[in-house]
Design a protein. Structure first.
Length: 152
């Protein structure tokens, strides 16, 4: 984990503004993570690589974000959250108008039952913490239909 942000608030705003300019990819990644340090670290990894992110600290926040932002093209969710965990969030998404949305689970303590349930819910991948930034970027680029040379 980082003891400090890699990006300042101004740098994060500049990246987000640049990603919204015409001609650039409109899809966003929704990061659902109740730990603020992990959530910010994931967002910074993606934003440094030119991928626009939205952050949610709970399943309820994630569902609100999905309902108001149609440009979300991928959800990355933690497995262990309260009051709804990642698998419960994915079930809600699969039963909604966003049923086909690609979803990646991240976890530091997943068991076999979690992996089986994740497969049943058609998740794209299951990444274990600590997250390998290169693996994350490659996976996100693949899911958003980007080639590495298309990212700023």
């Amino acid at each position: 984990m980082f003891d400090h942000d890699l990006l300042t608030a101004a740098e994060r705003e500049a990246i987000n503004a640049a990603m919204q300019e015409p001609g650039l990819l409109a899809q966003k990644v929704l990061i659902v993570e109740d730990d603020p340090c992990t959530r910010e670290m994931l967002a910074e990894i993606l934003q440094i690589n030119g991928i626009f992110c939205l952050e949610a600290r709970s399943a309820a926040d994630a569902m609100r974000s999905l309902s108001i932002d149609s440009s979300i093209g991928l959800v990355i969710t933690d497995l262990r959250m309260h009051p709804l965990n990642g698998l419960e969030l994915i079930s809600k998404i699969r039963e909604s108008e966003w049923a086909d949305l690609p979803i990646v689970i991240i976890s530091g303590d997943a068991g076999v039952r979690d992996a089986i349930e994740a497969m049943r819910l058609s998740v794209v991948d299951f990444l274990l913490k600590p997250i390998d930034p290169d693996e994350l970027i490659t996976l996100v680029q693949l899911q958003l239909g980007l080639r590495p040379d298309e990212c700023p």
